[in-house]
Design a protein around this ligand. Structure first.
Ligand code: 0X9
Ligand code: ZN
Length: 307
């Protein structure tokens, strides 16, 4: 069964989704965005209150696009659990529709559980590149079709390999199809680690986006909540991706913002601040997922209550 005191591999997460589906009383619907190169279904769950209809605000949450960032799927699975089982989260489901991708990179994520030091820090998917496939994997967060290629690598051996073409990968291609079908998404968040930052577009340029004021305002709702819940121990910085992390194109957030037109699009770099980095200890999972969920709830209720 699922818990938030240990990290769980993709098999556990799939079993958890199946269980949530059975117990959700029609609140949860499973979709498969694509089948990955290694044959895993890339699962997306939709959660809403099925008894209320009419236009609802749409929230898309992506996790686990980078294999080694294990706290990210911990957060997305915790959000699913809250949305399905916590009575105080039920009312927000009358006005919102959630799409959650617990693990956007199932093959890479599963590989990172192989048990040796080299696989634990894997980032990309597991595509076999070139003729002999000496270097595996495409960085799925450099493969989306917005200014594809800027600040990304053309070398298959690089950690930030952009792939042979934009959307060359089953994962990104399948996810963008589903996102386009769903259409007018109001809030997009992708969870990464580490660094404790809330990043908004753009990643491909240092120029600020048109609605930067609003982007910062809604980011503050998240950071203020997390700060409060954690008694001041988890503090986040807010800024543009390009200025704060360096130019990098082909990420989901820029595509959602620039191509799909999602007005509020964020990359949240989860704890910690760099001491443990990707190897956040298991005894930090529980507090991290709790404070993160509170921050997301605050953003979501703001969305639910505006125009
Ligand atoms: O570089 C990335 O893909 C993200 N950082 S990470 O350390 N988790 O790899 C940041 C992505 C920020 N967004 C854009 N550059 N568009
Ligand atoms: Zn990442």
């Amino acid at each position: 069964p699922m818990d938030w005191n240990t990290y769980h591999d993709y098999n556990d997460i799939e079993a958890f989704i199946g269980m949530m589906n059975l117990t959700s009383g029609g609140y949860l619907r499973e979709e498969v965005a694509t089948i990955t190169g290694e044959g895993r279904p890339l699962r997306v769950v939709r959660i809403t209150d099925p008894t209320t209809t009419g236009p609802k605000k749409k929230i898309w949450i992506e996790g686990g696009i980078h294999a080694r960032e294990w706290i990210s799927p911990a957060v997305t699975t915790f959000l699913i659990h809250r949305l399905v089982t916590d009575p105080s989260w039920q009312s927000i489901l009358r006005d919102t529709e959630w799409y959650l991708v617990p693990v956007a990179n199932p093959d890479g994520y599963q590989f990172s559980f192989a048990g040796d030091a080299r696989s634990r820090l894997w980032r990309k998917n597991r595509r076999v590149n070139g003729v002999n496939g000496r270097c595996k994997g495409v960085d799925l967060n450099r493969n989306w079709d917005l200014k594809w290629g800027v600040g990304a690598s053309g070398n298959p051996c690089s950690e930030t390999y952009k792939g042979p073409t934009a959307f060359s990968e089953k994962e990104t291609h399948g996810l963008q199809n589903l996102m386009r079908q769903i259409g007018d998404i109001d809030l997009f968040i992708t969870f990464h680690s580490f660094g404790q930052t809330v990043l908004y577009p753009w990643g491909w340029t240092v120029k600020p986006p048109a609605n930067v004021k609003m982007l910062r305002r809604v980011a503050r709702k998240y950071t203020d909540t997390v700060n409060q819940i954690s008694n001041g121990s988890t503090d986040y910085q807010i800024g543009g991706s390009g200025p704060l992390y360096g130019l990098a194109s082909g990420a989901t957030d820029d595509w959602a913002y620039g191509e799909l037109g999602v007005p509020l699009s964020y990359t949240i770099e989860l704890p910690d601040d760099g001491h443990y980095g990707f190897l956040l200890p298991e005894n930090r999972i529980s507090s991290t997922v709790r404070e993160t969920a509170a921050g997301v709830y605050c953003m979501a209720s703001f969305i639910a209550n505006t125009g």
